[in-house]
Design a protein around this ligand. Structure first.
Ligand code: PMP
Length: 357
């Protein structure tokens, strides 16, 4: 047994309460509707790139500027490569944005109900922050973001509600904040919301963050990116090169390029998921749930006749994982990721069975 002392280094440990990701499980019998992954595999180009990968190239470092992938992303969004920053999932990209831009003594702003990593990063980097309350029907109030601030981050669609706002909404917020950086986190935008990517040409304080984890089925590969004016992207690269230069490995780079290239497969998958979402929405309504119209690949729903906490537990006991947030204002809701048609049919059957008991 090691004898535990109380050395002084303990005083200097950075104290953080970590973000809690959704449970992961490799149990093939589990229906996993808890972390907003895509139920379909990545495109064929990804499979071929893995099969044909030149393993000998792994002895060399990857390109720190991630040029091949940035060029593909730039081409897809019709911007220049100097407008694209790539990171290890959008979590890494957003963390880099915080490090680069959120250094003022003024509070950064984000909604009270939103992606629960935003306050974790603020705590981690010692950035003051204020949460702007959503309305009772979970909408973001535009004018809450007109007060003085050290930066703004808002997801569109919002998570975990799935509710989206339009381009004009963000145009106004960005225009009211020319002295600070506004980040729009578009992790779920492909499933039914309007992107603000084209605004980066006219707004030099806007950063649009995207991920390949959801609509491109690459959560396991970890690729996210930011689109912004070149001066902002350069500032982010300067910080990245002072922290970790080789973020995207050679294999990941190839997979990302293939995933972006195959637009037809991407569109087909997104359409399928939207269709399944609409079917699930109606079924949940039939079962008496209160469900929000969602522009994402998940539904946010309040069950009837059972608490969200109990339904979460009952579903888990039957090997279906959904997400329950034990937090004020949202602990009566479940966030349900849209799976395949078969998975959602099974989910609805099991929910009906639980409710009938
Ligand atoms: N933003 C939002 C709103 C999310 O829900 C997620 C997924 N947890 C992310 C960013 C991060 O996704 P990733 O790091 O896989 O790109």
């Amino acid at each position: 047994m090691v004898e535990r002392k109380n050395p002084s280094w303990k005083k200097y440990v950075r104290q953080v309460t970590p973000y809690t990701p959704g449970e992961q499980s490799d149990d093939a019998d589990i229906i996993k509707l808890n972390t907003n992954e895509n139920p379909y595999p990545p495109c064929k180009g990804v499979r071929d790139a893995l099969k044909d990968f030149d393993y000998e190239s792994l002895r060399k470092y990857p390109d720190p500027a991630i040029r091949e992938l940035r060029a593909e992303i730039a081409n897809y969004h019709n911007v220049g490569m100097e407008n694209v920053f790539v990171g290890v999932g959008s979590d890494d990209v957003i963390a880099m944005c915080y490090m680069t831009f959120f250094n003022s003594a003024k509070a950064i702003l984000f909604p009270d109900i939103t992606y629960s990593f935003y306050d974790v990063w603020a705590e981690e980097f010692g950035v003051p922050y204020e949460k702007q309350p959503l309305t009772d029907d979970f909408r973001i109030v535009e004018s809450d973001y007109y007060e003085e601030n050290g930066g703004i981050i808002i997801p569109n669609p919002n998570a975990p509600t799935g509710i989206a706002e339009g381009k004009d909404f963000f145009r106004k917020i960005v225009a009211h904040n020319t002295d600070s950086i506004v980040i729009v986190d578009e992790a779920y935008v492909d499933f039914g919301a309007e992107s603000v990517d084209s605004l980066i040409h006219s707004c030099d304080n806007l950063i649009v963050v995207r991920t390949l984890s959801k609509s491109r089925s690459l959560a396991g590969s970890r690729i996210g990116y930011a689109l912004a004016d070149e001066e902002l992207i350069k500032a982010m690269h300067d910080v990245k090169y002072s922290f970790n230069s080789y973020t995207i490995d050679r294999i990941t780079m190839k997979l990302g390029v293939e995933a972006i290239k195959d637009e037809a497969y991407f569109r087909e998958n997104v359409e399928k998921i939207i269709c399944t979402k609409n079917w699930t929405y109606n079924k949940l309504k039939d079962l008496g749930f209160e469900v929000f119209e969602s522009s994402s690949n998940f539904l946010f729903a309040k069950p009837k006749g059972i608490s969200a906490a109990d339904l979460y537990k009952e579903l888990k006991a039957r090997k279906i994982l959904v997400r329950f947030f034990d937090k004020p204002r949202i602990n009566e809701y479940l966030r349900i990721t849209i799976g395949t048609d078969d998975e959602m049919a099974k989910f609805i059957d099991v929910v009906s069975d639980i409710l009938s008991k």
